[in-house]
Design a protein. Structure first.
Ligand SMILES: CC(C)(COP(=O)(O)OP(=O)(O)OC[C@H]1O[C@@H](n2cnc3c(N)ncnc32)[C@H](O)[C@@H]1O)[C@@H](O)C(=O)NCCC(=O)NCCS
Ligand SMILES: Nc1ncnc2c1ncn2[C@@H]1O[C@H](COP(=O)(O)OP(=O)(O)OP(=O)(O)O)[C@@H](O)[C@H]1O
Length: 199
């Protein structure tokens, strides 16, 4: 039986960092953010729907979607965010389930689904165990601004478009406190996996 682990947290809490650690342990990861980029490439159904909804002004010269521009629209307007989610999420879900099925068939001991909006999108039934990666709010804000080069206002808008991480912790089977060093978080991850007999 393949153990399906859901990896989540809040924006810039360290999911991608922890996801790299799973890969170092040779555990495959299905990445919702990566899939969310693939399903909006020109030619895809979701791409056409987004252009219909948001207009050609959100396109770059090469006809691909200007993610910065689309982000500035949807993180300041909840109605528009819901519209975008309604277009993109079904395509993301479908592809994630196909990938999960493939790994399950290959009889992997464990597979990870890295889903930033696991709780917001009510996808907890996709997974058997949930790991939440968290950092305190100041560290989250600092890391987000320095990674994306965004202003405090932009960063806070993104943070506030998600369920607060302290609420997610309550719903987790295991938590990784990523306020410390990456090595420290790697140690916490290995402890969790040993407890679940994956390592
Ligand atoms: C708005 C878009 C174009 C901005 O792209 P950008 O390259 O700047 O950000 P990226 O996709 O790397 O997302 C970064 C993080 O933002 C957060 N985030 C993204 N979309 C959303 C959303 N709809 N609601 C809340 N948080 C979100 C997540 O924590 C994600 O990890 C893009 O995020 C998007 O298409 N979002 C809709 C799809 C989605 O919900 N993706 C996230 C979960 S699968
Ligand atoms: N323990 C750590 N110490 C210092 N910096 C860290 C640590 N963990 C992550 N970071 C840095 O913080 C930033 C956010 O981390 P990461 O990209 O892994 O978050 P995320 O949760 O995947 O974000 P998103 O929701 O946007 O996908 C990155 O620049 C990363 O290198």
């Amino acid at each position: 039986m393949t153990l399906v682990i859901g990896l989540t947290g809040s924006i810039a809490s360290g999911k991608s960092t922890v996801s790299t650690m799973f890969k170092e342990l040779h555990i495959p990861v299905i990445d919702a953010d990566k899939i969310s980029r693939e399903v909006v490439e020109p030619g895809e159904f979701a791409y056409q729907e987004i252009v219909k909804e948001f207009g050609e002004t959100i396109l770059l010269e090469d006809q691909s979607i200007d993610r910065k521009k689309l982000g500035s629209i949807i993180f300041t307007d909840e109605g528009k965010r819901k519209k975008l989610n309604g277009i993109v999420h079904p395509a993301i879900r479908k592809r994630m389930l196909e990938e999960k099925e493939a790994y399950t068939k290959e009889l992997e001991k464990c597979v990870v689904m890295d889903i930033p909006l696991l709780f917001e999108s009510k996808l907890t039934h996709f997974v058997e165990k949930i790991v939440v990666v968290y950092v305190d709010e100041n560290t989250q804000l600092e890391r987000l601004m320095s990674r994306d080069g965004s202003s405090e206002k932009e960063a806070l808008q993104r943070i506030r478009s998600q369920i607060p991480v302290r609420e997610k912790i309550e719903l987790a089977d295991a938590v990784i406190n990523n306020n410390g060093t990456k090595e420290d978080s790697f140690g916490q991850l290995k402890d969790i996996l040993r407890k679940w007999n994956v390592l």
